[in-house]
Ligand binder design. Structure first.
Ligand code: F3S
Length: 647
């Protein structure tokens, strides 16, 4: 049977299991990346593993989310990250070098490799035929140590592209079209693999725009074949040796198939406040606009900003519109400057920013109240811009430029601009280079960790104990999110590398006194209704309860990613039925009657709990053999540390 490209890369990297849809496999990781919000904890965890250096081919630490260093704690984090990269053999990209996915793409992404990133848009690399997967910092830390990455083999969906994009329709419109047709949940547990005759009409860069935003479909990742267009891109990047051709077998069997006729795609836009709330631009044309932002890891490349510069050349943006261009990398900035486009943008009334994520996470350029912001970014969730009731639209750079010119949302086809579109000329080579900003392992500035006062060691949990007792420290309703457990606000997130301090904020939004009570109790349980831990993959939402001594969470159901985070940090995720949930009160004494070690290691699913020494109920542990090993060891970190010590 023919193999898909995804299957080929998985098989090439397989170290555990069999590549069959739905089955868990362990794969070897070639490259890893992290950014400044995720990297601090990942490196603290790597330190706890006790290794001298990273064991992957390429490890990269970027500083892109908080480049303006608004607090000494952020600058301390950046210094710590530089010292960790230098000490353990990773490259370090200083603040201002650019967004991790852009910088990694320019310098290290290669077809056929596996890339694990502590950021959800790691699938950007899939545009170049690399299997890029976003995950938590702990997985990145253990992968850096050489441990396999475990995942359930996703369904592979064949997205067959036919035809060619018409003038003024772009790669951004292709992914917006998929979001319009499906939804932000359509891709859960799936890989979108692009095939068909339309593939060769898209440049390698355009492909990365599509795979970047495949994340918004909920996909594990997205991938394009590596072909002549990819070769051309590597040639321009000045690293042709990294190119290899990669295609699925002609008779590859897919789990599902979609057909997209590129010739039917028109300029699209996502309305507030969901990336799948997509309509043709013409349907919202005329909406007064106050701010236009071009940039992000989706559309911050030279190829994205060039059309904007050409469209604005010799013109002026509307007086009512604040227009900002934030290149995704310093390489893109340098090329724009060398080729004269920065001057054209400035002359047109654009503010050109340093290369940063910045506004994408509400760090700067927060929109005014009751205003419209049109952005080339990938997410417009309510409040993400930094303004609670924001109205953020997502579109291509061409639609953003047309909108900046008129001051209202505008379909570029309605402007009689004397520029050729979409065939903007690309340079023969990428003359800019961010090499000066990358500190490679052999140029390391530091050879030991530099920790400021806000950086503390990562706590390690003891192996699972046989007798688990304590009180129900907090009883919560349905749909508790990871934001309830540990919020991502600036006030809280500056303590991300200081677990004792950060833990003081645990579940504060539910109960002000929880953290203090948990510290006093020296162990206990959480009780919740349905869908506990929904929201993000934030690991601190498991790490902080672990630090506070929580043994287990009893819930009617768990959000999938949070459940695996609980296991990774050694907390038992135990499901209880509705009657049991109703019967347990906050403050009740709970005892797990079974020997917990025997039950977990022995593969037992049903555990007996005894409440107030009065009544009994059943709690269920749904975990596979590998997860049970992690739980018995006290979590993934102590488990991996032991494995490395034994090796
Ligand atoms: Fe940065 Fe936004 Fe991408 S925060 S990594 S530009 S999604």
């Amino acid at each position: 049977m023919g193999r898909t490209l995804t299957e080929k890369i998985l098989e090439e990297h397989l170290v555990d299991g069999e590549v069959e849809t739905g089955e868990e496999v362990g794969i070897e990781v070639d490259q890893v990346i992290a950014h400044d919000l995720t990297g601090t904890m990942a490196w603290l965890q790597f330190e706890a593993l006790g290794l001298d250096e990273v064991q992957v081919d390429v490890a990269g630490q970027h500083c892109d989310h908080q480049t303006y260093q608004p607090d000494f704690k952020v600058s301390d984090d950046h210094r710590f990250l530089r010292s960790a990269a230098g000490t353990y053999g990773a490259y370090f990209a200083r603040p201002g070098t650019g967004i991790l996915h852009q910088v990694h793409k320019e310098n290290f992404t290669a077809p056929g490799k596996t890339l694990l990133g502590a950021d959800s848009h790691t699938p950007t690399a899939g545009g170049l035929g690399c299997l890029g997967i976003g995950t938590g910092g702990l997985d990145v830390a253990t992968a850096m140590g050489g441990a396999p990455y475990y995942l359930d083999v996703p369904e592979v969906v064949n997205v067959r592209l036919e035809g060619e994009l018409p003038e003024w329709s772009t790669a951004k419109d292709v992914i917006l079209e998929l979001l319009r047709r499906f939804s932000v949940k359509a891709g859960v547990g799936k890989v979108f693999e692009y095939t068909g005759p339309g593939v060769e009409s898209l440049s390698a860069h355009e492909r990365t725009v599509i795979t970047n935003m495949g994340t918004e479909l909920g996909a594990t990742t997205s991938i394009f074949p590596s072909d002549e267009r990819t070769a051309e891109f590597f040639e321009r990047l000045g690293r042709p040796e990294d190119y290899v051709e990669l295609q699925p077998d002609e008779d590859a069997e897919y789990d599902d198939e979609l057909v997209v006729d590129l010739s039917e795609i028109e300029p699209l836009i996502a309305r507030p406040s969901m990336p799948d709330n997509v309509v043709p631009v013409r349907e919202v044309a005329g909406t007064d606009t106050d701010q236009v932002l071009v940039g992000s890891c989706t559309n911050g490349a030279y190829e994205d900003i060039l059309p904007v510069a050409k469209m604005l050349d010799g013109r002026e943006v509307a007086k009512r519109v604040e227009t900002i261009v934030a290149p995704g990398s310093k390489q893109a900035s340098e090329m724009l400057a060398r080729n004269g486009f920065t001057a054209e943008l400035m002359a047109a009334g654009v503010s050109v920013s340093e290369a940063t994520c910045g506004a994408c996470i509400g760090a700067g350029h927060v929109p005014a109240s009751d205003s419209v912001s049109v952005r080339t970014f990938n997410r417009n969730f309510e409040g993400r811009s930094g303004m609670e009731d924001d109205a953020v639209y997502l579109c291509s750079p061409e639609v953003a430029a047309a909108t900046a010119l008129t001051g209202e949302i505008t379909d570029p086809r309605d402007l009689d601009l004397d520029v050729d579109a979409p065939g903007f000329e690309m340079p023969d080579s990428y003359i800019g280079t961010s090499e000066a900003d990358l500190i490679m392992p052999d140029e390391a500035v530091d050879d030991e960790l530099v920790k400021g006062p806000n950086i503390d060691e990562v706590p390690l949990k003891d192996p699972l104990g046989a007798d688990l007792t304590g009180s129900a420290l907090l009883k919560m309703p349905d749909n508790i999110t990871t934001d309830h457990v540990i919020p991502a606000t600036q006030e809280v997130s500056v303590y991300r590398s200081n677990v004792p301090k950060l833990s003081e904020f645990t579940l504060k939004r539910v109960d002000e006194t929880f953290a203090a009570r948990a510290m006093d109790a020296d162990g206990g349980f959480l009780v919740a209704g349905e869908n506990y831990g929904q929201g993000s993959s934030r690991e601190h939402a498991a790490l902080c309860p672990m630090y506070l001594g929580i043994h287990a969470v009893f819930a009617q159901s768990f959000a999938r990613i949070h459940k695996s985070n609980l296991i990774n940090f050694g907390l038992l995720p135990l499901t209880i039925d509705e009657a049991t949930y109703e019967r347990i009160d906050q403050g009740d004494d709970i005892e797990i009657v079974d020997d917990a070690v025997e039950a977990v290691e022995g593969g037992r699913e049903a555990l007996t709990i005894r409440v107030n020494d009065d009544w009994e109920a059943t709690a269920r542990l749904d975990a596979n053999e590998r997860e049970r090993e992690l739980l018995a060891a006290g979590g993934k970190l102590p488990h991996t540390r032991q494995q490395f010590a034994d090796a």
